[in-house]
Design a protein around this ligand. Structure first.
Ligand SMILES: [Zn+2]
Ligand SMILES: [Zn+2]
Length: 192
């Protein structure tokens, strides 16, 4: 079948007459070439936008997930508790061995270990510790306890020990509140 024999048709978009494209002798689109390309371009653009939107939504979802919020909260909690007893030169001693160094080199060690207890973000039991004490020597808990009793008394130590067995499920809104609290506490340290 030659092109001349094909009857012209009206484009469904621009209404101009044109010779239709044929695939296996069938008309696959009523659009003219110009409108067809325009339509394809638009379709691709929409698909790209859909992908972008989906990625954005996933990012938002991830940002608001409990585990991401916990991570952000811990980063701030750790900074605050390493800095809270630092001197003007930003140096702070490890509470269990006394090693003195910049707070950035210290770690934030929990008096009571465990990631699921109510006490995870309780500043009363989080202090600067060196890597050696915190990670290599099981937190030096005997010395840690001695420091806690010496500094705060046995009542607080008993209270914190009891919290070891209390699990707490943090909600996203709990964590967001805590994050704001820590930001404020760190800001106060900055202003000191
Ligand atoms: Zn057209
Ligand atoms: Zn140490």
């Amino acid at each position: 079948m030659s092109q001349k024999e094909i009857k012209k048709i009206t484009c469904s978009d621009c209404r101009n007459k044109h010779t239709p494209f044929l695939r296996n002798g069938l008309i696959t689109t009523r659009k003219c070439l110009k409108c067809f390309l325009k339509h394809q371009k638009l379709k691709k653009k929409k698909a790209r936008e859909r992908v972008k939107l989906r990625k954005k939504k996933n990012r938002e979802k991830k940002k608001n997930s409990i585990s991401s919020l916990k991570k952000v909260c811990w980063k701030l909690c750790s900074e605050y508790n390493r800095r809270k007893n630092a001197n003007e030169q930003e140096m702070v001693g490890c509470i269990t061995c006394g090693k003195y160094q910049h707070w950035k080199k210290q770690q934030a060690g929990h008096f009571i270990p465990g990631r699921n207890n109510a006490y995870l973000f309780d500043d009363r039991g989080i202090f600067a510790q060196c890597f050696g004490c915190n990670c290599m020597k099981a937190g030096m808990w005997v010395e840690y306890e001695a420091f806690m009793i010496r500094t705060f008394g046995i009542d607080l130590v008993d209270e914190l020990k009891a919290l070891k067995y209390v699990t707490r499920k943090f909600t996203p809104s709990d964590l967001k509140d805590l994050i704001e609290e820590y930001k404020l506490k760190i800001k106060r340290l900055d202003e000191k």
